[in-house]
Design a protein around this ligand. Structure first.
Ligand SMILES: [Fe+2]
Length: 143
């Protein structure tokens, strides 16, 4: 079991693709820790990483969306907020409980990872196509 970066996940924006790759790698090391029975001790680390890195990453996307007048900016931003809420909810459950339980590990894998992969291959790749079709980078010279 694992999640690997693959060409099909690229949206064609170098900075965003690199950030997505880093996020996939963070999930991957967490999955590896789960497989080695160390998921519980790694979960909080993953959530801490996601908490800060996801904000940075979402800001990158939203900045380009605004600059390119992406028509779906607002709904895309709401999806990002939904993801942050999932992280905070999971973190909240952990700090009020003893060591993370198996249900927390499953939640991290299914709720967070599934959301993330679907978001990249759906909404983010839609955004990538928009940038390509509107020739954004050729005109702005931003990449
Ligand atoms: Fe996004």
């Amino acid at each position: 079991m694992g999640v690997y970066w693959r060409k099909g996940l690229e949206i064609g924006v170098i900075e965003i693709d690199k950030q997505h790759q880093s996020l996939v790698e963070a999930f991957n090391s967490f999955l590896l820790a789960c497989r080695n029975g160390k998921g519980s001790s790694e979960l909080l680390e993953l959530l801490k990483f996601l908490d800060s890195y996801a904000i940075q990453h979402f800001t990158t996307e939203e900045t380009i969306q605004k600059a390119s007048s992406y028509p779906e900016y607002e709904s895309h931003r709401l999806q990002h907020l939904g993801f942050m809420k999932k992280i905070h909810d999971l973190k909240g459950q952990l700090t009020s409980n003893d060591p993370p339980q198996i249900n927390h590990l499953i939640a991290a894998n299914t709720v967070l990872l599934d959301w993330f992969i679907k978001h990249i291959s759906g909404s983010d790749s839609h955004f990538g196509r928009y940038l390509f079709e509107t020739n954004y980078f050729a005109e702005s010279d931003a990449q």
